[in-house]
Structures are given as structure tokens and as C-alpha cells.
Design a protein around this ligand. Structure first.
Ligand SMILES: [Zn+2]
Length: 330
């Protein structure tokens, strides 16, 4: 059994920490279209794309990368449940799969749920969208008759905390300090450009009742369930949850098999997301099972490919902006 770090590696505060790659992409890329080829960037990094921070591609190639990035933005609206108001939840089914050890994954339409199931009961990581709470409960009863004892929210987005008000009747809600603050007050959600929403304040019974700053451990189901805060990544309140005995990690929305959304209006940053992913890669074994915030269970190689794509995109965007700035100065 491996041991995750006592607390996450504290990330650097680089000059581009507030870069919204999606808003930059939009400003260059223009109209939004879905693109299966661009989605392939995650699993099949192009040989043209360098994994280094120093870009080594030409401006035209950089703009092409950014154009592909922009093609993915439409999918982001669903990645974080931001376009979920049109969904017919009555038709949604909850799919349950065993990941490893005590850990199961439940999937509906929003964020992936992890469930640690054992003699001590159920620990849920995230609880999807509110209209699906009954279906999630029914799916859990198909695994065990034990109660849900704890729910840990990976961040404050509605498709990860929607079942809180339902599950708080049987379980204790836990999240990072900033998650409770944002749920309590509501506020801006977006990429600092084309995507912007005002999150409504959540009712009192949906709020986490235990919050933490840097790290937290739950000793349940024979597992030391380790919860670490990674600042300024997808949001400013992200938790990544490690199940060392089961050899599983739940990444929250720091990792999605769709192109990621960086919520810069809620304190997120691309640099923070890169730091979080690097930190996880450095401390998990090669055969770890990785639950993304959205998408299918992945491998460490998938996570490495994702990191390569994030760095290449950061480098390409930064280089393109620099070259454009130089042209305007002339
Ligand atoms: Zn999210």
C-alpha cells in the first residue's frame, strides 16, 4: 500500500497563473464546433506538440492547436453541468462499476461519483445533480444495505454537490473551506471571457458541515481515505481523494477526459491544474486507477498524456500571444 503526501506540494505563483486558456482560445479560434479530432488530443498527443514548457512549434501551428482547443469549448458547458438545465433527468440512468478494492464509480450526467463501500458504510465522493439523488440512492442499495456516512465534495460546481441536501439527512458533508464559502454566498463562475454564470447561494442544509484547509483523513472501510486540497486549479477549493489500499485516486475536475474547464472566476488557474496533476503523478503507483471528474476510469499513462496536453497548450497559447504582441508593436 502506498502513502500519499502529508499535504500537497504548494504550487508556484507564476506570472500567468490567471491565464484562461479557454478565453484565449475563443478570442483566437472564433466559432464553436464540436471536434472529434481535437478530442483525440487527450489520448493521442501529436508528435508536433511538445510536452515542455518551452514551446517549439511555429506560430501557425500554435494557432492551429488553439483553434482545436476552441472547438472543445461547447462540450465544457456540459462538463461542469453549466448547460444541464435542458436535461430530462427522468431518462437518466445511473451506471455502477467496480473500480478496485472498496471503490465503485457511479455515473449519471454530471460529475463522477466514487463510493467506498465496506463494513463501516459508504463514503461518497461527490453526489451529482439534485434531481438524480433518488436514483443514486437506489443504485447504492444495489451494492450494499449500509448507510451513506460521509459525502466529500471535490469542489462547489452544481453537478458535484447537487445531492447534498438529500444526503445530509443520513451523512455528514465534508469539503474544503472555500467550497462552503462559495456555496453559501454564490458568485461568479466562468473562464473570464465567453463563459460566465452566476451561481446561486445554496440552502443551509446543502452546505458542508465539516471543512478543512490542507488535508484530512477518514479511517473507514479498512482504508486511510486521504483528502488533499490543491489550490487554484479547476477552482480555488479542489480536493483530490486518495484510496491507497484500493489503489484508486479520484481527481475531481482537475482531470477530465474531456477538455478541462478552468474556473478562473472562482480562483482557478491553468498553472494550478498543471501543478496538481504533476503532484499526483509523482506519488501514485504505475497501476493506479484514476477516476476523472468526467469520463471513464483512466490509467496513469492517460493522466500523463493529459498533463502533456495541458503544458503544450499553455506553451502554445503563451507563445502565440507573445508573437501577436510583437506584431502589434511593430
Ligand atoms: Zn467542475
Amino acid at each position: 500500500m502506498w502513502t500519499p503526501a502529508e499535504e500537497p506540494i504548494r504550487q508556484r505563483r507564476g506570472s500567468s497563473s490567471g491565464v484562461s486558456l479557454v478565453s484565449v482560445a475563443l478570442s483566437i479560434g472564433g466559432r464553436l464546433k464540436s471536434s472529434n479530432r481535437a478530442m483525440g488530443m487527450l489520448r493521442q498527443p501529436s508528435s508536433r506538440i511538445s510536452g515542455d514548457d518551452v514551446p517549439n512549434v511555429r506560430l501557425t501551428e500554435e494557432i492551429e492547436i488553439v483553434r482545436k482547443v476552441s472547438c472543445l469549448v461547447a462540450s465544457l458547458l456540459l462538463v461542469c453541468g453549466l448547460g444541464a438545465q435542458d436535461l430530462d433527468y427522468s431518462k437518466v440512468e445511473i451506471h455502477v462499476s467496480k473500480v478496485a478494492g472498496t471503490v465503485y464509480m457511479l455515473q449519471g450526467t454530471g460529475g463522477n461519483i466514487a463510493a467506498s463501500v465496506g463494513d463501516d458504510g459508504i463514503v461518497l465522493i461527490d453526489d451529482e445533480s439534485a434531481p438524480l439523488a433518488d436514483k443514486i440512492q437506489a443504485a447504492l442499495r444495489g451494492i450494499t444495505d449500509k448507510p451513506v456516512r460521509f459525502v466529500i465534495n471535490t469542489h462547489y460546481h452544481g453537478d458535484h454537490i447537487g445531492g447534498n441536501a438529500y444526503f445530509q439527512k443520513q451523512a455528514t458533508l465534508i469539503a474544503h473551506d472555500n467550497v462552503r464559502k462559495r456555496m453559501e454566498s454564490g458568485g461568479a463562475t466562468g473562464n473570464g471571457g465567453s463563459i460566465h454564470f452566476e451561481a446561486k447561494p445554496q440552502p443551509k442544509d446543502a452546505l458542508p458541515v465539516i471543512t478543512y484547509d490542507r488535508a484530512l483523513t477518514l479511517y473507514l472501510n479498512g482504508e486511510d481515505i486521504r483528502v488533499l486540497h490543491f489550490p487554484a486549479g479547476h477552482t480555488d477549493g479542489d480536493s483530490i481523494i486518495f484510496f491507497p489500499k484500493s489503489n484508486v485516486v479520484h481527481m475531481g475536475d482537475e482531470f477530465a477526459t474531456h477538455f478541462p474547464f478552468v474556473d478562473v472566476e472562482a480562483g482557478g488557474s491553468l498553472n494550478g491544474m498543471i501543478d496538481a496533476v504533476e503532484s499526483v503523478i509523482a506519488q501514485v503507483p504505475a497501476d493506479v486507477k484514476v477516476i476523472p471528474g468526467h469520463g471513464q476510469v483512466s490509467t496513469l499513462d492517460d493522466l500523463r498524456a493529459y498533463l502533456t496536453m495541458l503544458k503544450a497548450t499553455r506553451g502554445a497559447v503563451a507563445h502565440a500571444r507573445l508573437k501577436m504582441a510583437k506584431r502589434w508593436i511593430r
